[in-house]
Design a protein around this ligand. Structure first.
Ligand code: AMP
Ligand code: MG
Length: 406
């Protein structure tokens, strides 16, 4: 038996960030930059007005006030999108809109609120400083400046900056492509009615959803029978498009546990008993020339989802260039609202429901119990040496992956 931390350490020592790739900026959302990015153009690209108002020579309106306004002739209107290069001579003004290019010579804008809004002549009672209400060319970003560093996670704000700075494609660590396949003679495709002795392959849809909620790209293969040749053929044919393969089922002590029988003989696959509940039988290794990491998770649905949270999600984050959330993960501290027993010597992942900062059991804790799994908000992580959680005890909780699918 090995500790959870030991198994995870072997996984995280093995996985590498996916080879970087150029993507269009919008497709790169949720990815991490693999290189620094420089601005192709300065921002703002041209000096423009920050307000709707009147472009002026500040000297013309110096000292203007409610009591002694300054009257200027309005010689032009400049809208946003005006592409003519205009010049303003002293003693005149032009009506200007937010984002419109400042006419040459003008050095300030009087907001429309500080005028009578005139269109032929305007009476101005505000006296801006030179540069006031003006956005200077290049004040935000200089041309050639490094605007985002390698390692930056791209969200809406970063994507906007890239687009504005004239950057169409960026080098990123792409989303890992994850092949999900389940094994078992008893499985039928979701949507089909299972006969006696059969069950719906819920694991492959569950793990496909889990892969998506950590920002990776799932390829659901679905159920493969407990047959050595079919299993090996399926895995070999999937290796070409996979950065990771996840299987479920067939790794415990049963007579037809094909995954373990077949994969024990190849690559660097290693099968261990991990001191955890649920999820004890785990396999991990790399297969094929590209050394694709393969996780063989147990078949029981709760075991498979717990294993995903504890082992696969940290690995996928590391492969996406985001190693920050490995282990221990971002625990949420809570207080037990009831007491429960925990097995000695194993890290237990109890399915719990949040009630403010308190947690209670989500229902039956059997590793086949999807009803309780679906009711749960989090896994309460009970360390191996703790055999009883008492009401009022502090427990660390690992929130279950949410509903967002980026
Ligand atoms: P195994 O690890 O293959 O012995 O499977 C353990 C338990 O998990 C058995 O009750 C299986 O029927 C169940 N199981 C295995 N694969 C799946 C699956 N894809 N979806 C739902 N349950 C499964
Ligand atoms: Mg099985």
């Amino acid at each position: 038996m090995i500790a959870v931390e030991q198994h995870l350490a072997r996984i995280l020592e093995t996985v590498r960030p996916v080879r970087s790739f150029d993507l269009g900026v919008l497709d790169a959302q949720g990815c991490v930059l693999a290189a620094d990015v420089q601005a192709k153009v300065q921002l703002p690209g041209f000096t423009n007005s920050a307000m709707d108002g009147y472009a002026v020579h500040a000297a013309d309106v110096a000292g203007a006030s409610e009591e002694s306004p300054v009257v200027l002739p309005v010689v032009n209107d400049i809208a946003a999108g005006n592409t003519n290069a205009l010049s303003l001579v002293m003693g005149q003004t032009m009506r200007i809109m937010t984002g419109a290019p400042m006419p040459r010579g003008a050095d300030a804008v009087v907001p429309v609120e500080q005028t009578d809004g005139g269109v032929v002549h305007v009476s101005v009672h505000g006296s801006p400083e030179p540069g006031q209400h003006v956005r200077a060319a290049g004040e935000d970003v200089r041309e050639g400046q490094t605007i985002l560093r390698s390692g930056t996670l791209l969200g809406p704000g970063q994507i906007a900056l890239l687009a504005a700075a004239g950057v169409a494609r960026v080098r990123v660590v792409p989303r890992p492509r994850v092949v999900v396949l389940s094994t078992g003679d008893e499985l039928v495709e979701p949507g089909r009615e299972p006969g006696f002795g059969q069950i719906v392959d819920s694991n492959s849809v569950m793990l496909t959803a889990a892969v998506r909620s950590v920002g990776a790209t799932p390829y659901r293969v679905g159920g493969v029978p407990d047959d050595a040749r079919q299993l090996m053929e399926t895995i070999e044919s999937q290796l070409v498009r996979a950065d990771v393969i996840i299987t479920t089922g067939g790794v415990s002590m049963g007579a037809f546990d094909t995954v373990k029988q077949v994969l024990s003989r190849v690559g660097t696959m290693q099968f261990d008993k991990v001191a955890m509940r649920p999820g004890m039988p785990q396999g991990f290794g790399v297969l094929g020339e590209e050394r694709v990491p393969v996780f063989t998770l147990p078949g029981n649905p709760v075991s498979a989802l717990v294993s995903f949270h504890v082992f696969v999600a940290p690995a996928l984050r590391a492969m996406a260039g985001r190693p920050e959330n490995a282990w221990p993960p971002g625990y949420v501290p809570a207080v037990a609202a009831e007491s429960w027993q925990s097995v000695p010597g194993k890290m237990e992942f109890t399915r719990v429901v949040f009630d403010g900062d308190r947690v209670r059991l989500a229902g039956g804790q059997g590793s086949h119990m999807l009803g309780a799994l679906a009711a749960a908000d989090a896994l309460a992580v009970v360390p191996p040496e703790v055999t009883e959680v008492a009401e009022g005890d502090r427990v660390d909780c690992l929130p279950l992956l949410g509903a967002e699918a980026p």
